[in-house]
Ligand binder design. Structure first.
Ligand code: ATP
Ligand code: MG
Length: 342
């Protein structure tokens, strides 16, 4: 009898089109997407509508980054022949589901979401929080459920958002009396949060502490030079601290030679390894990873029509799926709409 241990899952993941993708995206999500796309049905969403929730003053930038982020996807190896790349604003069902879901979540619950709390603080909104921003977990719940996704490869900042999505799913399923929407599982890698080059908690497009996937060799070297190590490690012969040392954290995330890194940590702890040795190694590893991505991207960027075709084809397919889910859900909830006729 054939066992079905590894059935295909539906994957939904994506990025806000607020800026160039960076090493944090690579570690937190892109690597998993490239690996998972062969075994699963993967949808990758360019979240341009969600990007407006804290960028309404600059819609041109958000629009421009739709193609730029798509180029980043293609350059890292997301294959449009097996993954569906689509644009949020081309999928009106997502906006309709967002409005519907806002009735299934309270303001207090949104305000308690730890990721939202952190992001409000990082953006310095004070009391002037755009309502769309506070409510973006409902929009992410709409994105995930419209595709009936069960697997969401993300960085660890997204875990509370997936948790909130599942709460909304349970409320809707209770209301309809049917298990129409599946709950989703966040797939978070071992290093689920890459700090910024300045050691800040999370590398982020909005905070100016990122190494973009397009960084040149010289930019990579400059960023690595600026990284914190152990402030008390003044001479190579001094014993150094590995924990909290940003360079080691990056080596853990990017250097595949685990044995060599373990030995380097041991020698660093004892004393005898200079910071420049670590930094040279890290710069070399990052340059080796980013050079082919940068080259592929430069080639792809010459033909924007090709990218636009991919986005249109993907969005057409996604539109059908998301409209179907919306229709099923409205019917199950008993929400009827008048027909307008031709
Ligand atoms: P913004 O500052 O505009 O919010 P961002 O850099 O946080 O941008 P998002 O588009 O919000 O990027 O996130 C897209 C995906 O990348 C999410 O799954 C998120 O968890 C992941 N991600 C972003 N930054 C990091 C990071 N530093 N480490 C790990 N994963 C990350
Ligand atoms: Mg973010």
């Amino acid at each position: 009898m054939s066992s079905n241990k590894n059935p295909r899952s539906i994957i939904l993941t994506g990025d806000r089109t607020t800026g160039a993708l960076h090493l944090g995206h690579y570690v937190g999500s892109l690597r998993n997407r490239v690996a998972l796309q062969h075994q699963h049905d993967q949808y990758v969403l360019l979240a341009d509508s969600q990007a407006l929730t804290d960028n309404a003053h600059d819609p041109k930038k958000i629009h421009r980054y739709v193609v730029e982020v798509a180029l980043d996807y293609l350059a890292v190896g997301i294959d449009p022949a097996i993954s569906t790349i689509c644009v949020q604003s081309a999928l009106p069902a997502l906006a309709e589901l967002t409005v519907l879901y806002l009735n299934f979540v309270t303001v207090a619950r949104l305000e308690r979401n730890p990721t939202i709390k952190d992001e409000i603080q990082a953006r310095g909104f004070g009391r002037d929080i755009p309502a769309g921003f506070l409510c973006y977990p409902a929009s992410q719940a709409a994105d995930i459920t419209a595709f009936k996704a069960t697997l969401v490869p993300v960085g660890d900042d997204q875990a509370p958002i997936i948790e909130q999505t599942n709460e909304i799913v349970r409320r809707l399923n209770r209301q309809t009396g049917k298990a129409l929407l599946p709950e989703a599982r966040a797939l978070i890698p071992a290093i689920g949060r890459l700090p910024g080059v300045d050691g800040k908690a999370k590398m982020s497009k909005s905070q100016g502490d990122a190494i973009p996937l397009t960084a040149s060799d010289a930019e990579i070297e400059a960023a690595v030079r600026r990284m914190y190590t152990d402030p008390n490690h003044l001479r190579a012969s001094d014993p150094g601290q590995v924990e909290g040392n940003v360079v080691f954290l990056y080596l853990d995330a990017f250097d595949d030679d685990r044995d060599e890194i373990a030995s380097l940590k041991e020698r660093y702890r004892q004393g005898g390894v200079g910071d420049m040795v670590l930094k040279h190694r890290l710069a070399f590893v990052l340059k080796t990873i980013l050079a082919p991505i940068r080259e592929r991207r430069a080639l792809l960027a010459r033909d924007r029509n090709f990218v636009m075709d991919i986005l249109q084809t993907g969005s057409r397919k996604a539109r059908e799926i998301t409209e179907n889910t919306k229709k099923e859900l409205l019917e199950a909830l008993g929400i009827f709409r008048i027909e307008l006729g031709p």
